[in-house]
Design a protein around this ligand. Sequence first.
Ligand SMILES: O=C(O)CCC(=O)C(=O)O
Length: 284
Amino acid sequence: MNARTLTSNGAPIPFTPQYFGALRESHTGLPAETLRARYAEDGYVLLKGALASEAVFDLREAYFRLFDSSFFKDGDARRGVFSGVEPKGMPGHGLAGHPAHTFVRSDVFRAFTGAAAMKTIAETFFDGPAELIRRTPLRHFIPGRKRSSRAHLDRTYIEGVAADVVTIWVPLGDCPIDVGGLLYMDGSHEDTVLENVRASAPNDRTDMRPITHDLKWLSDFSGRRWLYADYAAGDVVVHSPAIVHASLDGESDLMRVSTDVRFRRAGSPSDPRWLNDWSADDGY
Ligand SMILES: O=C(O)CCC(=O)C(=O)O
């Protein structure tokens, strides 16, 4: 039987054990030392059920309610299945006037990112006090567009030593592999070569900050697999600024919404570009 082929930004990658493996699962009930050891070893920690799934669905719904209900199958903004009807006359994603731009400035979103549970997660990995980084992007992928996150490292985009910055990637809703959640390149946080292959890697646009859009090419080049999970609402991934990650094109009608909540170690220098609310055209 032929292997299923997935795509990222339209570039194909076979869904086989050569290219894909499972993310290691952890949970907040594990001893903090174990979680920190896993973070050091893997460059990420997938915390299953770290947040209350209903709170995550509440946030998903609050965001989707900023759109016309015709955007959703059966008008169901909590589930958020794409109806096939695109909103009309709306600015591009995350630009002023778009719901994502409005939403990251809302009290409901700020209460979510500023919740004690979120900070506790960051402090577990710093083993010390953490401060929320204000700029918090909201991602929203609409099925059928063949648009996904290109392979990149966060430290290309935010200043600070790897030990002093963490990202908590939060899928806002269920996000199995066919919905296009984040993939992490196995062991890439310890591979200093990958960051320097941009010049020879295929690239589908002029922004040279991502390494490549071609996940198969990077896997063939490095001999490393992409690690994935069938994320459920409430799961989060804590990841290092040094790990290469990317995402797949969604094949399901379920829309992928997620946010990247970042913290820095209290007292460490802050990147001045990250002090304001996110806007898709802020250039960072
Ligand atoms: O959600 C995505 O596709 C990208 C998120 C990301 O790159 C990050 O959290 O650093």
